[in-house]
Design a protein around this ligand. Structure first.
Ligand code: ADE
Length: 243
């Protein structure tokens, strides 16, 4: 899978050289290319921003370098999914990560300051090879898109086949069935007076599976009741039958 990231702070993305994503890059499973937006400016000062029309605080990113940078990033592909991190986008979630992990080529445009000139979104939406979507990490404001890209590339990249050594670990994690993950324990069985739940020592796999689903439901109801409405009824039914 190819991932292009355009930013004015390429060094921010150096974390993508580390750990599982770094390893996947070295193995060629993820072809991640980081580009400096300033290389697509045409003036001596490499200007990427200017004052907003209509007045107001802060600066707005100029459209010209963005179009040149994006044209270069999509030049070799028939279709590119362009994600523009923005607090004004749709909220990123696991479903989106699954969907994007299927794509051959995705690109991220990291805005800074007050954002990117709106005409870049319009231009990208009209471009025959680009499918554009503004995406937010959550309902809070970051200083720019770079940290959001780190989070999204990790969430998407780990779903690409081969990136995680043991693909089974993707099956029962939080959000994979719409619920939060069940609690996990390791040795010792008693630690500072606290026991591991006895059922986990029973060796009864059916009972353990059922206990884990009930823990998932309990935890989700307590911490994220908003998620319960969207859970597949089969998940809830299977639990009801097991009890
Ligand atoms: N840029 C600034 N805030 C952001 C957010 N919440 N999500 C994604 N990109 C952003």
């Amino acid at each position: 899978m190819r991932i292009d990231v355009i930013t004015i702070f390429p060094e921010y993305l150096s974390a993508l050289d580390v750990s599982l994503i770094g390893k996947a890059r070295a193995q060629g499973l993820l072809d991640i290319r980081i580009h400096d937006l300033r290389e697509h400016t045409t003036d001596r000062h490499k200007t990427v921003d200017d004052t907003p029309y209509g007045g107001g605080a802060g600066m707005v990113m100029k459209p010209e370098p963005w179009a040149l940078a994006l044209e270069a990033a999509v030049a070799d592909s028939a279709e590119v999914e362009l994600i523009i991190p923005s607090p004004a986008g749709a909220v990123f979630n696991q479903q989106m990560a699954y969907e994007l992990a299927e794509k051959e080529h995705i690109a991220f445009a990291c805005g800074r300051y007050e954002g990117i000139d709106e005409r870049v979104y319009e231009w990208a939406a009209e471009h025959p090879r680009i499918r554009v979507r503004p995406v937010s990490l959550g309902d809070y404001v970051l200083n720019g898109g770079e940290v959001a890209v780190l989070a999204m590339v990790e969430a998407i990249g780990r779903l690409v086949p081969g990136v995680i050594g043991n693909p089974e670990s993707l099956i029962e994690e939080s959000h994979s069935n719409g619920l939060l993950e069940y609690p996990v324990y390791t040795k010792p069985a008693n630690w500072r007076g606290k026991d591991v739940p006895e059922i986990l020592l029973s060796g009864n796999h059916a009972k353990i599976a059922s206990w884990r689903t009930s823990q998932q439901l309990r935890r989700t109801a307590q911490r994220r009741p908003d998620l319960l409405a969207a859970v597949d009824p089969e998940t809830l039914d299977a639990q009801g039958q097991a009890e």
